[in-house]
Design a protein around this ligand. Sequence first.
Ligand SMILES: N[C@@H](CCC(=O)N[C@@H](CS)C(=O)NCC(=O)O)C(=O)O
Length: 357
Amino acid sequence: MAGVLNFPTIPIVRSVSPQKTIYHRRGISIRVSSESSEPWVSSESPEPWISVSTEEVPKSGFPSSTTTTTTTTTTTPAFSPPPDFVAPNPKRFRARPDKRRDILAASLAPLFRFATGVFVSGYAASLVPKSEIPSGTYALEVAGYKVKETSKLGSRPEKPIEIYEFESCPFCRKVREIVSVLDLDVIFYPCPKKGPNFRPKVAQMGGKQQFPYMVDPNTGVEMYESDEIIKYLVGKYGDGNVPLMLSLGLFTTLTEDFAMIGRMGRGSSYTPSRLPPEPLKLWSYEGSPFCKVVREVLVELELPHLLINCARGSPKRQILYEKVGHFQVPYLEDPNTGVQMFESAEIVEYLRATYAL
Ligand SMILES: N[C@@H](CCC(=O)N[C@@H](CS)C(=O)NCC(=O)O)C(=O)O
């Protein structure tokens, strides 16, 4: 379990390279150069399927509008679904019998956190007769009624926020809760212990290996410190108010520590894996125990993933519902193999079969 002490970042100005200077003040840094790099491919990647070529590449992943001629790596991996792969049918609110203990243990987290990360900002719900919900509209059914859910969300960022973190870190969980509450989409760069790619990248960007580390490509702001990140995000993309359960100092940290008890150590250590060229896409939210077990494996395999947050009250529930005719999370879309699937147990097996070495 992580400790509960949180040390403020000492103000420093540090020159990282001739092209890039990062200013740190109380954990906040602003990227002031247009230098960029491929977001998830390590320059030292020894992977055998990576060939080196010189070509004109548009820079991506971090704030930059420049196009540079540079030597870059192009990946030509053959990622394919496991043999005989068949996507399972969705079974809402049901854990596969051999995974019931895992899901029960993962359910302790939202209990200890009083459901923070289960509902989006300004959530309200009422039971209405079925006839009041137009057909083709997502709504949960309870005892012959439909649940009408609404929310009040702030302004939306154009590009997803980027967060470097790992599942079993209580400070990272605080930040994952706030992005669920604010209904923000995030590219997560997992940083498990001994992970070869994104831990070094954070040290390169911010000067030290400390997590979470957030990059907002919309503003160029980068920062360490969970509390600072939370304040920044609610100010920019919320109503400016930090939710109570994230503003109670030691109590918040302790309950975040307790939230890890059921799944102690999961989602913290690196499992050697093959890094795909494209981030995976996971429809998910922090309060769901079914999503938690999938996130643990994404982190262990160090797989970058765009997380589409859709806690209760999120308008994105309707988007998934229209897209696949059903709403349930976790829902994985893997652009590297073309696989799209529901069901946490099978997603975990798929990820291990496809990416673990
Ligand atoms: N058997 C599924 C269960 C997933 C599930 O039921 N997820 C809940 C969220 S915790 C859900 O999507 N509920 C639908 C809803 O809220 O409308 C799995 O293991 O992935």
